[in-house]
Design a protein around this ligand. Structure first.
Ligand code: F6P
Length: 362
């Protein structure tokens, strides 16, 4: 059967920034549709933008993207190399953007597909302004990309976070302790809010709502009076107290460096200091980014991937694939540029959490 007509003949694909479950499912989605339906040539680029700077690339054949739907990580590797930032100590290329443009044209690419978070899609937008054709796919466990209702990776991390909160309940109860669990999310509270509600956290602290430790202490003491001798406190890594929120950025950084390794430790200590309760801190860390994607992330990543192949075929460049309600669409690549989608104060889940008696620290 003859291949369908396609504007794009050859494209490159890379994964950049922090990895997440679903990257391979998305790679498979875009590559399968692009090669089976349109017979496009696909160049896999290793380790994010680093592979374009160093020309570390290879042609991807169907066998390369077969059997990867359920695999965690990324078959292409990832890095946080920033093409528009100053060169790192170990980089011998002085002009990374020129190096990228040269590789792009040497490889004969019609378009570059970038799978990444805010930084990656912003870089994609800047490269599009340098004359490259770019298509972005929104991935991150943080769910903080403007222009899409959801990113892939979020749902899997949510499952992992929820399971951790579930597990902490029993040990917190056995020892009559307050256990503070820290989830990732960068500057946004999506993961902590969702996992906190799903896991029935007694307190949920997110960066969007600066907390007052006295409000938390009152809540925990009230629980104690009602016979609940344990509590689970879910803290986003970017959570901050009212005091921290009022500080200049550099003062906040200094304060944090002097007050424990991360948010969970600060909050656990503050709760102990005010209530005298026995507290423990648990940081879930990279577990949230590892392993096989959830069913929902496999579906979202596959759909984003095949939608990207359609954009390639139609020559609709400089767009980011996105989810709006139940529809997969695309927005201009300028939409996510330089922004962070945080939890709005009127988000329904904030009210839901309050309605079931969860303390949000304010
Ligand atoms: O953006 C995903 C994320 O896991 C954030 O939640 C976290 O703040 C950051 O990446 C960690 O980055 P790194 O992998 O560079 O340690």
């Amino acid at each position: 059967m003859a291949a369908n007509k396609s504007v794009t003949k050859t494209f490159g694909v890379l994964t950049a920034g922090g990895d997440c479950p679903g990257l391979n499912a998305a790679i498979r989605g875009v590559c399968r549709a692009a090669s089976d339906r349109y017979e496009m040539k696909i160049i896999g680029i290793a380790n994010g933008f680093r592979g374009l700077i160093d020309e570390d690339t290879r042609v991807l054949e169907p066998a390369d993207f077969s059997g990867i739907l359920t695999r965690g990580g990324t078959i292409l590797g990832s890095s946080r190399v920033k093409p528009f930032g100053a060169p790192d100590k170990d980089e011998d290329v002085t002009d990374k953007v020129s190096a990228i443009k040269e590789t792009y044209s040497r490889l004969g690419l019609d378009c570059l597909v970038v799978l990444g978070g805010n930084g990656t899609n912003t870089t994609g937008y800047k490269l599009s302004r340098e004359g490259l054709n770019i298509i972005g796919l929104p991935k991150t466990i943080d769910n903080d990309i403007f222009g899409t209702d959801k990113t892939f990776g979020f749902d899997s991390a949510l499952d992992i976070g929820t399971e951790a909160i579930d597990r902490l309940h029993s040990t917190a109860q056995s020892h009559s302790r307050v256990i503070v669990i820290e989830l990732m999310g960068h500057k946004a509270g999506w993961l902590s809010l969702y996992a906190g509600v799903a896991g029935g956290g007694d307190v949920i602290l997110i960066p969007e709502i600066p907390y007052d430790v006295k409000v938390i202490a009152d809540h925990l003491e009230k629980r104690f009076r009602y016979g609940k001798t344990f509590s689970v406190v879910v803290v986003a890594e970017g959570a901050m107290s009212v005091k921290e929120a009022a500080m200049e950025k550099k003062d906040r950084k200094k304060y944090r460096q002097e007050n424990g390794p991360s948010a969970a430790y600060r909050v656990a200590r503050e709760i102990h200091d005010v209530t005298g309760m026995e507290t423990r801190a648990t940081v879930l860390g990279y577990v949230q980014r590892g392993g096989t994607p959830s069913a929902s992330d496999r579906i979202l990543a596959t759909s984003f991937g095949t939608a990207a192949a359609e954009l390639l075929a139609e020559g609709q460049y400089n767009r980011m694939v996105s989810l709006h309600g139940n529809d997969i669409g695309a927005v201009d690549l300028s939409v996510p540029e330089g922004k962070v989608k945080t939890v709005p104060h009127d988000h329904y889940l904030i009210n839901t959490a309050k309605d079931v008696g969860t303390c949000l620290g304010a």
